[in-house]
Design a protein around this ligand. Structure first.
Ligand code: ADP
Length: 591
């Protein structure tokens, strides 16, 4: 086994890999950019090296520097995580040719074969795996694209060879759109993946995205760990992933799993990988292979009990997979929620900021993969991920019930997150039924529902809006029962006479902490429920102590004492005996 592994990545995936190393007794080396000096992955590692300025091209993508650091640190392996250099065959080849350092991933040859989409399609065809109808050769000419449009029927997709995550993919609905789409797919391919070669596929109407996790060792063993359903997508980007898929039956599951194994075996593939398929009308079609660990590997780990990252390290070190295909069983159901610093009400625009409050959920069935803590900055230099919440239950329904609970208890203040979106999905009939396809969100999601979700479940605007905090939260006990009340600042201004001076003068209040406390606690005490005032126990101008009864409120056939949570002077009493009050009505104002 390795002695020291350099993790060429950052954030949660770097920590995930280091956790597996730690459990195997392997020392860990982090790399970081200037922007990540305080990064969670840096703190986690046994040692850490600065590899350059914030832009990824100058740090996390700097192949030469990373290999130099690995040598300097005495690392005997490099794990790339996902993103950055993870699917870069050239980097893998450089690592392979560096003495004493092993690449934790498939061979550079296998990466090259399966990383190019047309080459991968050919490999799959030779392994008898059905592929999405389309070309296995690059296409250069608009006329040829139009002929293919005729042949398959529109819509078709023009895809960049190196593309992924929806980038470099253009959907064409008619002959007239071909020229522009071809040009822009080539442009995007060149810009994002350094490769302007494109090919053509039939664009399926409303498929499911089903992907199969595979693990292969250097001794010819290939296993699949079942499928993940990543059909809930926004603009071709996955947002919630789950395992197993709610739409596969046992036969189709076995067939797809088998196809995935045949395909990667054909490419002499080793280590972990994902074979992606589209499934429509009970038929499945190969789409592409991801030659790395994926963001959503976690849900497979939860339902199989197999630690995929641990196996990545073990097979890279030459070990044999210690289980047969029949040993792999799927138990329960898991879902992963990507918790991103994005505002769902603003087209999911990234919202960098500070995690002023960060209180993640806990308890049974909850796993959190993250590398952040309260007070950390989510910067704008890399992706917007804060962490991944993974929830497991006995079956899908149980998993979704648990997910509701976990998301409700995930408290983040200081920036917008995707939590309101996830909570909306857990009330969404189509998602809950499991019938959603990859088209669902883009065609059906209502922007006003997103606005409402963010309003209801998003960060507390009054807390984070420093320009004018307009409310204070107070805890009040009514008959020994605790209520949290929100006191509007406007109501605090009510004090009659004003002999004690306004809040403007509070800076000059002498007497230290007790004076400060009083000011902070002053304000309107409001009714927590609708009811009738049976008696008022205090009068204007009276000094009252903490715990003193202010009034008695009859509500829900019970008498409730409203008790002052702090001491103070009664500035006004807008209610009197016999009044009926609504929830939120002011009962007294303290100053
Ligand atoms: P990835 O994001 O997995 O790297 P792609 O960019 O190839 O892969 O595909 C992303 C998503 O685009 C898929 O999950 C699917 O929703 C959609 N997609 C890709 N190809 C097709 C197709 N031929 N027909 C319908 N949808 C497609």
């Amino acid at each position: 086994m390795f002695e020291k592994v350099l993790v060429a990545n950052r954030g949660e995936i770097a920590v995930r890999v280091m956790a597996a190393c730690e459990e195997l007794g392997i020392e860990t080396v982090a790399i970081y950019s200037d922007a990540d000096r305080d990064g969670g992955h840096v703190a986690y590692a046994d040692e850490a090296y600065n590899v350059g300025p914030a832009p990824a091209s100058d740090s996390y993508l700097d192949q030469e520097t990373i290999i130099e650091v690995a040598e300097r640190a005495g690392a005997d392996a490099i794990h790339p995580g996902y993103g950055f250099l993870a699917e870069n065959a050239e980097f893998a080849r450089r690592v392979e040719s560096t003495d004493g350092i092993t690449w934790v991933g498939p061979s550079s040859d296998a990466m090259e074969t399966l990383g190019e989409k047309t080459a991968a399609r050919s490999v799959m065809e030779s392994a008898d795996v059905p592929v999405v109808p389309g070309t296995t050769e690059p296409v250069d000419d608009a006329e040829e694209v139009r002929e293919l449009g005729e042949e398959y029927g529109y819509p078709i997709a023009i895809k960049a060879e190196g593309g992924g995550g929806g980038r470099g993919m253009k959907i064409v609905h008619s002959d007239a759109e071909v020229d522009d789409a071809l040009e822009s797919a080539k442009r995007e391919g060149e810009a994002y993946f350094g490769n302007d070669s494109v090919y053509v596929e039939k664009y399926l109407d409303a498929p499911k995205h089903i992907e199969v996790q595979v693990l292969a060792d250097q001794h010819g063993n290939v296993r699949h760990l079942g499928e993940r359903d990543c059909s809930l997508q926004r603009r071709h980007q996955k947002v919630i992933e789950e395992a197993p898929s709610p739409i596969l039956d046992a036969d189709l599951r076995a067939e797809i799993g088998d196809a995935a194994r045949r395909g990667v075996r054909e490419a002499d593939y080793t280590n972990a990988g994902t074979v992606e398929f589209l499934v429509e009308d009970g038929e499945f079609y190969f789409m592409e292979v991801n030659t790395r660990i994926q963001v959503e590997h976690t849900v497979t780990e939860e339902v199989t009990g197999i630690d995929i990252v641990r196996w990545q390290l073990r097979v890279a070190a030459g070990e044999e997979l210690g289980f047969e295909q029949d040993d792999v069983t799927i138990e329960g159901h898991a879902a992963e929620y990507r918790i991103n610093a994005e505002n769902p009400a603003e087209e999911f625009a990234p919202t960098p900021g500070t995690l002023e409050t960060y209180r993640p959920p806990a308890s049974i069935g909850v796993r959190l993969d993250h590398a952040v803590g309260q007070g950390d900055e989510i910067g704008g230099d890399y992706d917007s991920m804060i962490g991944k919440l993974i929830v497991t239950g006995e079956d899908r329904e149980h998993c979704l019930d648990r997910s509701k609970r976990a998301l409700e208890h995930f408290e983040i203040e200081g920036l917008h997150t995707t939590i309101p979106f996830h909570r909306l999905m857990l009330d969404d009939e189509t998602f809950v039924s499991g019938e959603h396809t990859t088209k669902y969100l883009d065609s059906e999601l209502d922007a006003t529902d997103l606005d409402a979700a963010v309003e209801q479940w998003g960060p507390d605007q009054t807390d984070s809006d420093s320009a004018g905090a307009s409310a204070t939260e107070l805890a009040v006990e009514v008959d020994g029962k605790r209520f949290d009340v929100v006191v509007e600042d406007g109501l605090q201004q009510v004090p009659s006479g004003g002999s004690s001076g306004g809040s403007d003068s509070s800076g000059g209040v002498s007497g230290g902490s007790s004076g400060g406390q009083q000011t902070a606690a002053a304000g309107a005490v409001t009714a927590e429920m609708q009811g009738t005032i049976l008696s008022v126990e205090v009068a204007e101008g009276e000094q009252i102590a903490q715990g003193e009864v202010i009034c008695v409120l009859e509500a829900m056939k019970m008498e409730n004492d409203v008790v002052a949570s702090t001491s103070g002077t009664v500035a006004s009493v807008p209610v009197s005996e016999g009044d009926s009050v609504d929830m939120g009505d002011t009962l007294i104002v303290l100053e």
